[in-house]
Design a protein around this ligand. Structure first.
Ligand code: CU
Length: 214
């Protein structure tokens, strides 16, 4: 996938918009009803004749019932559908990309309690290099801009999930299961790789840096 998080940022905007719309409707409805249906002073209680085990039919509205089942369902199906594009970018089929070394390079990322190990195999240092970050002491994975990589994910103990925070991209690394993540960095800079799957005491400190250079 082309990164910079563009596809994910667009998705975030759409989700944020619909969360706002749903929130305004739900809370508006709630506040309106809280005041509109309050019993007035001196009113006989139990105005709806509510009885245990009986559905309060007094204000029952079938059209409304159907609407608030069908409309949110449509919204959820729509949001699921638009989320599939960026997700399948990350899980691209190697046969679509082509041949390793010509169209893409493989790099290993192994999760372990509580650090990341990177395996550049025998790639040139320009394409892939592992080092230590000057200021933070964190492990650095250096890759090249506009080159396509398949990060092959693995784990030595429990489930981890490398999460390239600023790109909005993540994928689980599960012991015994092969998972991967496609990336074509299209911006340079330093980005955090965190762990997005709770994996024990120092999960929060399981951070490395992904450095993208020209
Ligand atoms: Cu972890």
């Amino acid at each position: 996938m082309a990164v910079g998080g563009e596809a994910y940022n667009e998705l975030f905007d759409v989700f944020f918009l619909w969360s706002g719309v749903v929130g305004v409707i739900v809370f508006g409805w709630l506040i309106h009803h809280s005041f509109f249906y309050r019993s007035k002073d001196g009113e006989v209680p139990n105005i709806d004749d509510i009885a245990v085990g009986e559905f309060p039919k007094h204000f029952h509205n079938t059209k409304l019932e159907i609407a608030w089942v069908v409309l949110p369902s449509i919204l959820i199906i729509y949001l699921t559908y638009i989320s599939l594009g960026p997700a399948s970018d990350v899980w691209e089929d190697p046969s679509v990309v082509g041949v390793e070394g010509v169209d893409y390079y493989e790099v290993g990322i192994n999760g372990q309690q509580w650090f990341w190990e990177f395996d550049c195999r025998n790639l040139d240092a320009d394409l892939c290099d592992v080092g230590v970050h000057d200021e933070t002491g964190l492990t650095v994975l250096s890759v090249k801009k506009d080159v396509t990589y398949r990060f092959n994910l693995s784990s030595s103990d429990v489930t981890h999930s490398p999460y390239i925070v600023q790109w909005g991209a993540k994928e689980d690394s599960v012991p015994g299961i092969f998972t991967s993540m496609w990336v074509t960095p299209d911006i340079t800079g330093e980005f955090f790789i965190d762990c997005a799957e709770f994996c024990g005491d120092d999960h929060a400190y399981m951070t490395a840096i992904l450095e993208v250079h020209e």
